[in-house]
Design a protein around this ligand. Structure first.
Ligand code: HGY
Ligand code: MN
Ligand code: MN
Length: 407
């Protein structure tokens, strides 16, 4: 008898949880990631599914013949941001296995293969690039660029894969695998408050905002904190600080989002003027034009403040995902079928969060279901979804799989 939703949830809960923060540190190709992957294999085995890890490190659990094609694929990711919540990613994977059990309990007979997927390294917490597994598969991250990605200790992505027992020799576009996927549906906890104040535990995604990550290197001159006169300094920290304030003001004015959430300082001594402040901007907006303008404005402010202090600034775009409009026909079909069977509305909503579904959408018909998050908080240990809402999400995903794979 496979584990229930609640049992699966309880099994995953301690994996990679940091005792001090209560948040998750499930970074790609680490020990916690290996434990998550082992859990995935166990769930597949308990259901008699064929489990495989593809060339890019994504796990697939197949019901039916993978080679038959036109598969209905569902799942999400099991890795986390630093001190992330329990739901972002795992809810989609656990719900996928639970929905397969739901289909079996209904006596539904799939006429297409169904797969549960765990995409590797969705958050990019370790190597800086979000959705590395799905991007490699879709060919939007080249093996050459992937080989150059390094973690904070200088370990490259291929080295990390190898140390974790995965052969990185064949990473890269996987058209053959994508050709087997007829449709992909990712269930995810909502990372916002669209559903929070409604009577709807479940919604359907309309679009993902364009978003990206930019690295700002502010380079100055290291010197003594006590003896260097204020007017003699080339301190990169004030230019960085002014850029953060400018980003907040500009994003607020544009109805967009700008966040500096990661920072490294060299030499990082209390009594030394820094030589380098390296900071990462995450910027998102509803439209590409607004986003381009926003990043241009933030760059302009950074250059202006840096010039004032005799500091150099370099900007590197590390990743970018254009706007994703989910296939309207599939989106409307799913919203309609779910609403017809429920006493509440099933809202169709956009999101500012990135997902593997956003990467796959360029290649295969793709949809997303969102489960209500009562506070909207995400990327934090406080992230939450009520158990009855999670169960409603599983029911919704079961309906979707039944409709897509069993008719
Ligand atoms: O950063 C993001 O949008 C995400 O949750 N992966
Ligand atoms: Mn996330
Ligand atoms: Mn996620």
């Amino acid at each position: 008898m496979p584990s229930s939703f609640q049992e699966m949830w309880a099994e995953l809960l301690p994996v990679g949880r940091h005792a001090g923060s209560g948040g998750y540190r499930r970074f790609a190709w680490t020990g916690a990631d290996a434990e998550c992957r082992a859990w995935f294999r166990e769930q597949a085995a308990a259901r008699g599914l064929t489990c495989e890890t593809d060339r890019n490190g994504n796990q697939w659990a197949w019901l039916g013949d993978p080679a038959a094609g036109d598969a209905v694929v569902t799942g999400s990711h099991l890795d986390s941001v630093p001190d992330g919540g329990a739901f972002d990613g795992p809810l989609g994977v656990v719900s996928a296995f639970a929905a397969l059990d739901g289909l079996a309990a209904r006596g539904a007979r799939p006429s297409r293969p169904i797969a549960v997927v765990n995409f590797g390294d969705e958050e990019g917490a370790r190597f800086g690039l979000a959705c590395a597994g799905s991007r490699l598969t879709a060919g939007v991250l080249t093996p050459e660029r992937a080989a150059g990605l390094r973690d904070a200790d200088g370990i490259s992505l291929p080295e990390a894969m190898e140390r974790a027992g995965h052969d990185p020799g064949a990473i890269g576009p996987d058209d053959e695998r994508l050709a087997r996927v007829g449709v992909f549906v990712e269930l995810h906890v909502e990372q916002g408050r669209h559903l929070a104040d409604t009577a709807s535990p479940v919604g359907v995604a309309s679009s993902i905002w364009p978003h990206g990550r930019w690295r700002f290197d502010f380079r100055g001159v290291a010197d003594h904190a006590g003896t260097t006169r204020m007017e003699d300094r080339h301190d990169p920290m004030p230019a960085y600080a002014a850029t953060v304030l400018a980003a907040r003001a500009r994003a607020a004015a544009a109805g967009a989002r700008a966040t500096f959430g990661k920072l490294s300082v060299e030499p990082n001594g209390v009594n030394a003027i820094p030589s380098l402040v390296r900071a990462w901007l995450d910027a998102r907006a509803a439209g590409q034009d607004v986003l381009d303008r926003l990043v241009g404005e933030i760059e302009g402010e950074a250059r202006e403040h840096a010039a004032r202090d005799g500091v150099r600034v370099e900007l590197t775009r590390e990743s970018f995902t254009p706007v994703v409009d989910f296939a309207p026909a599939l989106r409307d079909e799913l919203a309609g079928l779910l609403a017809a069977r429920r006493p509440y509305e099933v809202p169709v909503l956009p999101t500012g969060a990135g997902h593997d579904a956003g990467i796959l959408a360029a290649k295969v018909p793709t949809a997303m279901l969102f489960v209500r998050n009562p506070t909207g908080v995400s990327h934090s240990p406080a992230e939450h979804a009520r158990e009855d809402d999670c169960v409603a999400g599983v029911e919704a995903l079961t309906d979707v799989l039944e409709e897509l794979a069993c008719r």
